[in-house]
Design a protein around this ligand. Structure first.
Ligand SMILES: Nc1ncnc2c1ncn2[C@@H]1O[C@H](COP(=O)(O)OP(=O)(O)O)[C@@H](O)[C@H]1O
Ligand SMILES: [Mg+2]
Length: 332
């Protein structure tokens, strides 16, 4: 159930990085990995963030949970700027904002047993007073994420588990503190295709149970559509959110040429949808470069609907086009 409370809100968020490759004069250049992003998540809401590799999804996700400090703009947790919270409130925020990373091989401490990995957060935040309670909770969590029998799995090291099992451990760790907000960052990308649906369904079940809000990051529209079927999809292009709206309306009526191009690459089982969905050809197939975007709309050098004198002048802002659907494009 989605309530009207806003758990987390990004306001005009910009994150600037130094590019690792040196520029023409041997100097590294600054660029905006995330630029002027606004996003808010209500209790129990799922927003799926979709875009090509390198467009800033992980950076936005990490900034939302306080792992990266924005260059400008604010992240508000129940209306309060997370970078201005006092010690106690900050600890509460950290407990309530969790992330599940893409790489289940790198994200779990290699020389710690599953038991210690899952219980570390509870210990740190002193959620339980005795080892007996902690053990009970670890067993409960392992059961919930489908690692049975829990007594067997809790004594394993990450290298003794498969990718899918590790991702289940990472999920158990993330939910161990009953977080209000979870960033799931490409969590099935590195998992065997045959195991993906199981992980996605587990997470959807947990979402219902915990009523947490999710930012579900993926480069795969099909996965986004499945996970955020009852939520919203946000499309990111070179650091900007270029379209955002209810999943149904984004999938059935994509407006931004970039969204259309992403969707035309997704296989559709429904012949009606397939007919209505035109293939859209990009003017350039070069991968976009975040360090040196074209002037104006960053998609203008690839866009088949490019309007000279307009799209190359000023970046379009997100405008409401009906319902809860917004798009940043001069065509609308
Ligand atoms: N810590 C960092 N320092 C400098 N550049 C970074 C850093 N992290 C990411 N980047 C760059 O910022 C851009 C966005 O990266 P990222 O958020 O990881 O994108 P995505 O998750 O969409 O693939 C990329 O060009 C990436 O190379
Ligand atoms: Mg990423």
């Amino acid at each position: 159930m989605i309530s009207s409370d806003v758990v987390l809100e990004a306001k005009d968020l910009t994150v600037m990085f130094k590019s690792s490759s040196a520029g023409l004069l041997g100097k590294s250049t600054l660029f905006n990995a995330v630029e002027n992003c606004d996003l808010s998540l209500k209790t129990g809401e799922v927003v799926s963030l979709v875009g090509e590799s390198g467009c800033g999804k992980t950076t936005l996700g990490k900034t939302l949970i306080g792992l990266i400090k924005p260059t400008s703009g604010e992240v508000l947790y129940y209306g309060k700027d997370i970078w201005k919270l006092n010690g106690k409130d900050y600890a509460e925020f950290r407990r309530n904002a969790q992330i599940i990373h893409q790489d289940p091989y790198a994200s779990l401490h290699p020389v710690k047993k599953v038991y210690d990995i899952i219980s570390a957060g509870m210990r740190y935040h002193k959620l339980y007073s005795s080892e007996t309670e902690i053990r009970k909770k670890v067993i409960e969590l392992l059961t919930i994420v489908g690692l049975n029998p829990p007594e067997y799995f809790m004594n394993k090291y990450p290298h003794q588990l498969s990718g899918g099992q590790r991702q289940r451990v990472a999920i158990a760790r993330a939910i161990s503190l009953n977080p209000k907000f979870i960033v799931a960052d490409e969590i099935v990308t590195m998992i065997d295709v045959s195991l993906r649906i199981g992980i996605l369904n587990l997470l959807l079940e947990l979402k219902k149970k915990l009523n947490s809000s999710f930012l579900f990051i993926t480069h795969d529209f099909g996965v986004a559509r499945y996970f955020a079927a009852e939520g919203r999809v946000a499309i990111m292009y070179l650091g900007n959110i270029v379209e955002i709206g209810p999943t149904d309306s984004i999938v059935n009526e994509p407006l931004h040429p970039y969204t259309k191009s992403l969707l035309s690459a997704v296989p559709v089982p429904d012949p009606f949808l397939a007919k209505t969905r035109k293939m859209i050809a990009l003017r350039s197939i070069d991968p976009p470069n975040p360090v040196n975007p074209p002037p104006g709309c960053k998609f203008s050098d690839r866009c088949p609907y490019f309007i000279e004198g307009k799209c190359d002048k000023k970046s379009p802002e997100l405008v409401k086009v009906g319902g809860n659907h917004y798009v940043a494009c001069y065509l609308y």
